[in-house]
Ligand binder design. Structure first.
Ligand SMILES: [Zn+2]
Length: 194
């Protein structure tokens, strides 16, 4: 499996493209123009680490290009996709709400999603930074979103964040990170992390 990173233009949030045998999966969706050339073959789905707008703002454009792609998030994340206050975009002068679509799959804590033949990813709920935060865990890698960015204090001063939950989630992630590569939700030197 190949993992490619895109550093997006909004707050240097990160998207990741996982590819193998002409199938690809995307983790979070920012700059579609940068993401598209890295998609190999069929785009099967999008795994969301959380619903803050800097991690989802490309979804409408992506869905116009790939209308059959499935978006994976949890119940709380689902709400943020359609609510510009919950995803914070309203407060940054650019309202972002997902077009009505049916292809959203609500995942539960611990649920597995098969990505490629014999390779599945597990949704581990890591709330705190946001109520909808999910860390996606594979055999030797994990996508932590903003629940854990190595070397950066987890942001818990935004609406609906919860510091005790974030501390607990971070300890869960650090345990899981023992033998795994961490792919976080922002590139170094982000000016803002939400
Ligand atoms: Zn965030």
């Amino acid at each position: 499996m190949v993992v490619n990173q895109v550093v997006n233009s909004v707050f240097r949030s990160c998207s990741y493209i996982l590819s193998q045998a002409e199938r690809s999966w995307l983790v979070d969706c920012g700059d579609v123009d940068k993401i598209m050339p890295l998609i190999e073959g069929t785009l099967c789905g999008v795994l969301l680490t959380h619903g803050h707008f800097d991690h989802i703002y490309g979804l409408n454009q992506l869905l116009s290009l790939y209308p059959d792609v499935t978006i994976y998030t949890n119940e709380e994340g689902f709400e943020t996709l359609y609510n510009d206050k919950l995803n914070f975009s309203k407060f940054y002068g650019n309202s972002i709400q997902l077009q009505p679509v049916n292809n959203i799959k609500i995942v539960h804590d611990g649920e597995r999603v098969e990505l490629f033949d014999g390779i599945s990813v597990q949704a581990v709920f890591t709330p705190g930074h946001s109520p909808c935060s999910v860390t996606w865990v594979l055999d030797d890698m994990m996508f932590t979103g903003d629940s854990y960015i190595p070397g950066v204090k987890t942001v818990t001063n935004v609406p609906h964040s919860n510091k005790p939950q974030a501390v607990n989630s971070e300890s869960i992630i650090k345990r899981l990170a023992d033998h795994r590569t961490v792919y976080p939700g922002h590139a170094p030197e982000s000016l803002e992390i939400i």
